[in-house]
Design a protein around this ligand. Structure first.
Ligand code: 5AD
Ligand code: SF4
Length: 460
């Protein structure tokens, strides 16, 4: 704290960001950090020595909301201790609740949505005219939560977490309106970034030493649908990114099974930099539930795409999202999901209990289930998947895989950590100098969430 102004840019002030939710939110936090850094702030080590605290929120499930509300509740005390502390609420809850947050939490200073990250500038450095125009102000507090159709053409500074792997937004919003999902209401209509802007960003990442990019969008398979002029579709975008020197690995999330095309399977097969991993949310194994969810495919459609993928791409790892206890899910419907997990054999799953979300279609459906039933079903799918994941991971023991080294292991500082092309975490002993390179690692032991191995030879 003593050398605060010396180490802290022109403003001598510090910020702290707490992120809830998905990779999209984590990347938004990197943009929020980018804007604050450009405004002369620097990052604090925690919330205690911060002058500005931003909570970047998620409203996808009730649990994420509750976590945020209890954390925001605790910040009241911090504000009492330091009345000059500024508190901002960002992200999906900000967009949904807007000014209401001021009523319940009078110590919140600024509320801004996912499309309004650059509104931090006028808030943080108020020039009266600009601030009035860009934010809606009342009693010293401000909101900026409007949907912005032009957001996809904005170029924001990004302060990235890592040095090896980077997230790159390729599109914003979602038009799918799955019956359970709040995202189309919080992140607005689907908008694709111009391919030119995406490629420019990735070129500068490559120049800065990054080796891997993960392309982000709620439904990357519909990339480009609304772009005019000389635009491309998602497979076309992959071909363009593949040409960028210095980038060695390309990943993307999230894909929608309905829009997952043969053309994309071909691109994944033919482009060596595109990794052999796909996250393809199934949600349920029951056609009745898939229809109620408004997913636009049957289990058979989904299974056919998985077979195509596996036939075309050797050893591809496939992960998925599952919701249990959707309204109307009978024992038989649930059994179909369990059977699907068994039949497909995913490398990993994210499983959730259905959570009621305001404004969504599923709220009005009959047959909402008891919390107890949802919890039982969740434990059952997790247990079932644990056995599949263990079996899959065990089968990797003795094999040699390319690992892109990301840094020191968070759990064991003596080891390095990285990922295989199939997105499995691998820990092994090695020199710091290997960070950023691709190393061949022999897998010695497979655990549930990560693999342990030894380096065979430095390969790039
Ligand atoms: N309840 C439970 N899970 C949800 N998801 C989205 N909305 C809900 C909800 N209301 C899950 C889906 C989605 C993942 C990101 O979150 O499985 O794919
Ligand atoms: Fe939500 Fe469905 Fe859009 Fe995914 S595709 S963000 S689950 S509405």
């Amino acid at each position: 704290m003593s050398n605060k102004s010396k180490s802290c840019g022109k403003a001598g002030l510090r910020f702290h960001i707490r992120t809830f939710g998905c990779q999209m939110n984590m990347h938004d936090s990197e943009k929020i950090a980018g804007v604050l850094t450009e405004a002369g702030y620097c990052e604090s080590s925690g919330s205690d020595d911060a002058d500005v605290i931003v909570l970047n929120t998620c409203s996808i499930r009730e649990k994420a909301e509750q976590k945020f509300f209890s954390e925001l509740g605790r910040l009241g005390k911090a504000k009492e201790k330091n009345p000059r502390l500024k508190i901002a609420v960002a992200g999906c809850i900000a967009r949904q609740r807007g000014k209401d947050l001021f009523r319940r939490f009078p110590y919140v200073d600024f509320v801004f949505g996912p499309d309004n990250i650059d509104n931090i500038y006028p808030w943080i450095m108020p020039e009266p005219a600009a601030a009035q125009e860009a934010t809606s102000q009342s009693e010293g507090r401000a909101t900026a939560i409007e949907y912005n159709p032009e957001y996809s053409t904005k170029k924001l500074p990004v302060k990235r977490e890592g040095q090896v792997r980077a997230w790159v937004s390729i599109m914003y919003g979602c038009d799918n309106f799955c019956a359970y999902c709040v995202v189309p209401y919080t992140r607005g209509r689907e908008r694709s970034r111009p391919a030119e802007d995406i490629c420019d960003e990735i070129k500068s990442l490559a120049d800065g030493g990054f080796r891997e990019v993960t392309l982000l969008g709620q439904n990357v398979n519909s990339y480009g649908k609304k772009l005019s002029g000389e635009s491309c579709d998602f497979p076309g975008l992959l071909y363009r990114i593949h040409d960028i020197d210095g980038i060695e690995r390309i990943r993307f999330v999230t894909s929608h099974p309905r829009d997952f095309s043969e053309k994309l399977i071909k691109a994944m097969r033919d482009l060596p930099k595109v990794c052999e991993h796909l996250h393809l949310p199934l949600q349920s194994g029951s056609d009745k539930i898939l229809q109620l969810m408004n997913r636009g495919y049957t289990y058979e459609d989904y299974k056919r795409k998985i077979d195509d993928l596996r036939n075309n791409i050797n050893n591809i790892a496939i992960t998925t999202d599952i919701i249990v206890g959707f309204p109307g899910e009978s024992d038989e419907d649930f059994q179909r999901t369990a059977d699907a997990l068994d039949e497909i054999g995913f490398d990993g799953i994210f499983a959730f209990k259905y959570s009621r979300r305001p404004g969504t279609k599923a709220l009005e459906l009959p047959g909402h289930l008891d919390e107890r039933v949802k919890s039982q079903r969740l434990s059952m799918v997790l247990k079932l998947q644990e056995a599949v994941t263990s079996r899959k991971n065990k089968s990797l023991e003795g094999g040699v895989y390319e690992v892109l080294v990301e840094g020191k292991s968070a759990t064991d500082g003596d080891r390095l950590t990285g990922r295989t092309r199939t997105n499995k975490i691998v820990n092994f002993y090695g020199e710091r100098a290997l960070i950023g390179s691709i190393v061949r690692v022999k897998i010695l032991e497979a655990k549930q969430h990560s693999l342990y191995g030894e380096a065979i030879q430095n390969h790039s």
